[in-house]
Ligand binder design. Structure first.
Ligand SMILES: Nc1ncnc2c1ncn2[C@@H]1O[C@H](COS(=O)(=O)NC(=O)[C@@H](N)CO)[C@@H](O)[C@H]1O
Length: 424
């Protein structure tokens, strides 16, 4: 959400942001509603002032003056009451449009329509050369009895999977590697429930537009969040923190649930795009300062690169263009790991800076050292998300017999194993 004062004084900048982010929103209509809300409030205030003036006269008025004064006071009450539904309707409509108003993208962000216009900013690692015909991740899993798809689909439906044997240990090992790294960097590791109330999904900006991505449990009127960003972003909703408490660094561990509505037919095979996955989420609250946000954004990105390097995966970093980054972002980078069977890089991490666009939605503020109350800035990035990252992991580290080499940094989390899978 933006500051309404900013929209009033910079409507052209906001209109341009809507264009850059493919957000179909009528800012003139928003400003007209804003004016209507203000004028209704002023009208109500004037009526109340008039009424108070009249009421104040009643005690001193003579017996024959009093009935007229009481009648006039009642008539003013009726006028105030008549305004209420109009004011509430205008406020509701204004709030809806405020929730849809995109953040202003950084001038450093590439301008573009969709992920085809993202810009590669870094490439690292050596693409694997196989002296055998490499398998894709599903074939490697099946050859080693490391996953089941067919049976579990009968039980759990589409886009489901069951990891087996060493693959379950590899998944846990990756999460532990990520959590240990984040703890060493001062992050507070927290596990959070997948459950989240509607306000929390509005808080990150997943709602209103992404409502169809979330599973809803009507009896509890609660949702299954698609990322721990949702829960963590609302952990301090409504609070006024102290500047000395910032930055707050969270590593949120949770199951993530996504309907993947709109992804029909995409990545239907294997582990890339599933309904339930596990993620360690990096989330930072920092003070309201673009330079501070830029510093933490860089650190978040470097941390996810370190994890991908620890897994010895060839990868690249792309800066997301304005049309791909999403409504709330100032700037966003994706880390993409190389998938040999597709001969292309696939997104494994997504690193965003949002300034105060989310904290205005959750009313998360802090009292700065000059005693001024400000909105915090928020940032988030994936630390590790499985099972998707198992895809580049298995394919890049596969050997001719179908076994898979374990990178040195992961071995301590796997009882020192250096290779897993097929021998004979
Ligand atoms: N349907 C899915 N199946 C498997 N993995 C997924 C799915 N959706 C997202 N992911 C993984 O989760 C990562 C983060 O998802 S994201 O929507 O891009 N970004 C976020 O959720 C942010 N909170 C940063 O983590 C993705 O990069 C990807 O690795």
């Amino acid at each position: 959400m933006l500051d309404i004062k900013f929209i009033r004084e910079n409507s052209d900048i906001v209109k341009n942001a809507c264009k850059l982010k493919n957000v179909a929103l009528d800012i003139d209509q928003l400003l007209a509603l804003d004016k209507e809300v203000s004028s209704l409030k002023t009208e109500e205030q004037n009526l109340l002032t008039q009424k108070n003036g009249i009421t104040a006269k009643i005690p001193k008025a003579s017996a024959d003056e009093r009935p007229a004064l009481i009648a006039e006071s009642k008539a003013l009450d009726e006028k105030v009451k008549a305004l209420k539904p109009r004011a509430e309707k205008a406020e509701e409509e204004l709030k809806t449009l405020m929730y849809l108003t995109p953040q202003i993208p950084s001038p450093k962000a590439p301008i573009g329509k969709d992920d085809n216009d993202n810009v590669e900013v870094k490439k690292a690692g050596v693409l694997p050369k196989f002296d055998f015909t490499p398998l894709d991740h599903v074939q490697i899993l099946e050859k080693n009895n490391w996953a089941d798809f067919e049976r579990i689909a009968k039980v759990s439906g589409s886009r489901s999977y069951s990891l087996k044997n060493e693959m379950v240990l590899v998944e846990l090992a990756m999460h532990r590697l990520a959590m240990d790294k984040l703890m060493q960097k001062g992050f507070t590791v927290v596990s959070v429930p997948a459950f989240a109330r509607e306000e929390a999904l509005y808080g990150t900006g997943h709602f209103p537009n992404g409502r169809d991505q979330a599973y809803y449990i009507p009896e509890q009127n609660i949702y299954l969040a698609g990322t721990a960003e949702v829960q963590i972003n609302s952990l301090h909703a409504g609070e006024i923190l102290k500047e000395a408490e910032l930055p707050i660094l969270y590593a949120g561990y949770s199951p993530c649930f996504r309907s993947e509505a709109g992804s029909y037919g995409r990545d239907v095979r294997g582990l890339i795009r599933v309904h339930q996955f596990m993620k360690v989420e990096q989330f930072i609250y920092c003070k309201n300062d673009p330079a501070e946000s830029e510093k933490w954004h860089k650190i978040l990105l470097e941390t996810s690169e370190e994890i991908v390097q620890d897994l010895e995966l060839p990868y690249r970093v792309v800066e997301c263009c304005t049309g791909d980054m999403g409504a709330g972002k100032v700037r966003m980078f994706d880390v993409e790991a190389w998938v040999p069977s597709e001969q292309k890089y696939r997104e494994t991490h997504s690193c965003s800076a949002l300034h105060d666009w989310q904290s205005r939605r959750t009313q998360t503020r802090y009292r700065d050292n000059d005693n001024k109350v400000q909105y915090v800035h928020t940032l988030n990035n994936t630390a590790i998300a499985t099972p998707r990252i198992l895809v580049p992991f298995l394919e890049n580290h596969q050997q001719a017999d179908g076994s898979v080499k374990i990178p040195a940094k992961l071995q301590p989390y796997l009882m020192g194993m250096t290779v897993i899978g097929k021998k004979n």
